[in-house]
Write a protein that binds this ligand. Structure first.
Ligand SMILES: Nc1ncnc2c1ncn2[C@@H]1O[C@H](COP(=O)(O)OP(=O)(O)OP(=O)(O)O)[C@@H](O)[C@H]1O
Ligand SMILES: [Mg+2]
Length: 322
């Protein structure tokens, strides 16, 4: 495994007006792995903790959020135990991050070429001229025509699809081993979305790097991802190879998600599948999905462990192999 996340816990710890400590348990034991040359799709409804998982791993949390437990092994080191200096060296070099809005990822005051040169020179000793020619080659490999001219362009001169390609070029230029994309195509039209995802897919295969793609679109997972992790209330409820999990979903939440697809009940739009998620300030003791689950039974008062299924693993008392 390129990245192995084990039992990640993140909390928001605040004080109310009466100075009582309030704790929101946002991530409750997230575990998953990303293999070389593979794309992991991270799915789950809005608020499930997908983005928070990534920001926790990369040391990008802001107070009052704090990682309170867990390990995240990447290239032999635990990301959660590294200093801010060590993590910032890894971000943008060993791990490339692609955020949802390309506009916010680009510096509006710098030409595309200058940004591509700068990100290289922050992380390695390279001459201006060499960095520029690598930037030009990278624009070609992300499918940007006439790269020499594009290097001179300002971010506002680019279309949404072109801007997202530039963001991907920025994420890839230092040859990271892991690429993390949080809703990389939200807001782009369908054709451009397919082009961007094809590009990510091709880069992962060609460079044999690992990738995490966060998306609310299960069609995207089916088409582009190798593995899937389904999140709910800050836990991975089910995981496995996409083909297996989608053919034989073992967790009631995965089944509900898959059943919602034909009706276009799009996740990540604030709509909820069959009720609100549990209150993160007062989580139930047993299964976190229990309140919503049609199959909840007496056993569910105890938290279900992750256990093997025919298609991978699921956190449900009734999902076992038997
Ligand atoms: N300051 C805060 N205090 C308490 N809880 C918070 C705070 N900020 C965020 N949260 C909670 O953290 C959880 C994780 O949200 P996160 O942004 O990771 O969700 P997501 O799965 O990425 O959703 P989306 O699909 O909408 O992007 C949410 O339930 C949110 O309510
Ligand atoms: Mg998010």
């Amino acid at each position: 495994m390129l990245l192995t996340v084990e039992d990640l816990h993140t909390r928001f710890i605040t004080r109310d007006l009466d100075d009582r400590v309030r704790v929101a348990e946002a991530l409750n034991g997230v575990s998953f792995g990303v293999g070389e040359g593979r794309i992991l799709g991270l799915v789950g409804e809005s608020g499930a903790g997908k983005s928070l998982t990534v920001t926790s791993l990369l040391g990008l949390l802001r107070p009052p959020a704090r990682v309170t437990a867990g390990r995240a092994l990447f290239e032999g080191r635990d990301l959660l135990a590294l200093s801010e200096a060590a993590l910032s060296e890894i971000r943008g070099s060993r791990i490339g991050l692609i955020v949802q809005s390309p506009r916010s990822a680009l510096d509006p005051l710098a030409r595309i070429g200058a940004q591509l040169v700068r990100v290289q020179r922050v992380h390695r000793r390279i001459s201006e001229a060499d960095a520029r020619s690598r930037a030009e080659a990278m624009l070609v490999s992300v499918g940007i025509p006439d790269p020499r001219r594009r290097l001179e362009a300002w971010p506002h001169e680019l279309s949404g699809g072109m801007a997202q390609r530039v963001v991907i070029a920025l994420a890839l230029i230092n040859e990271p081993h892991l690429l993390i994309a949080d809703e990389p195509t939200t807001g782009l039209d369908v054709t451009v979305q397919a082009q961007i995802l094809d590009l990510l897919h091709e880069q992962v295969r060609r460079r044999r790097i690992g990738a995490i793609v966060i998306t609310h679109d299960l069609g995207v997972v089916a088409q582009y991802c190798d593995d899937v992790a389904v999140m709910f209330a800050g836990q991975v409820m089910e995981q496995g190879a996409v083909a297996e999990v989608f053919a034989r979903p073992a967790h009631p939440y995965t089944r509900a998600l898959l059943a919602s697809v034909p009706e276009r009940l799009v996740l990540g739009t604030g709509k909820m599948l069959g009720g609100p998620p549990p209150d993160l300030y007062a989580l139930p003791r047993g299964c976190l999905y229990g309140q919503r689950c049609a199959h909840a039974a007496a056993q569910c008062a105890a938290p279900p462990p992750m256990s093997a299924t025919q298609s991978g693993a699921a956190r449900c008392h009734f999902a076992g192999l038997a």
